[in-house]
Design a protein around this ligand. Structure first.
Ligand code: SF4
Length: 181
């Protein structure tokens, strides 16, 4: 049992019968370990995500076993596959329906950059229409890489201030994408 890694407690102060930490640290710890993914899969990278969900890789180990196909109950938008320009508005609509805080992962070459499809009909990266937090390289990425992408989102969630989404910088980012206007 020695190889089981327990979550470390946040920085804080403790004494007999009490432990005190910051709201940011406690909320970050909870968010980090309960990220609900929304798989937006259009092609082959989605198959890798199915493997990531299944028993061998098992993203339940990361608290993310509950895929949400309702954007309103999802925390992480995982975009997997070729996104045709016609699909762009649909993807953006799904993103806009997600509640804050939310994170986006571009899984694979197609979602990140259009991949091998350098053509008029394919979006050359989803960051042309929505902000992306983490890029996972590969065509396709292996399940280990998708898990690593999720773990990078966990790092972001764990260290994010609860005030970040109200910050001028974040509002400027959304305004840059003309989101919420
Ligand atoms: S990156 Fe490769 S594997 Fe993934 S959707 Fe594009 S073509 Fe398919």
């Amino acid at each position: 049992m020695s190889d089981i890694k327990m979550e470390e407690q946040p920085d804080g102060f403790e004494g007999p019968g009490f432990f005190a930490s910051s709201i940011d640290a406690i909320v970050g710890l909870a968010r980090k370990n309960s990220l609900w993914p929304l798989p937006f899969a259009t092609s082959c990278c989605g198959i890798e995500f199915m493997a990531t969900m299944a028993s061998t890789y098992d993203i339940a180990r990361f608290g993310a076993e509950r895929p949400s196909f309702s954007p309103r109950q999802a925390d992480v938008l995982l975009v997997m596959g070729t996104i045709a320009k016609k699909m762009g508005p649909v993807l953006r609509h799904v993103y806009e329906q997600m509640a804050e805080p939310k994170w986006v992962v571009a899984v694979g070459a197609c979602a990140s950059s259009g991949g091998i499809f350098d053509t008029y009909s394919v979006l050359q990266g989803i960051d042309r229409i929505i902000p992306v937090d983490v890029y996972v390289p590969g065509c396709p990425p292996r399940p280990e890489q998708i898990i690593q992408g999720l773990m990078r989102v966990q790092d972001l969630a764990a260290t994010e201030s609860v005030r970040r989404r109200d910050s001028p910088e974040y509002k400027a980012l959304l305004a840059n994408y003309k989101i919420g206007e």
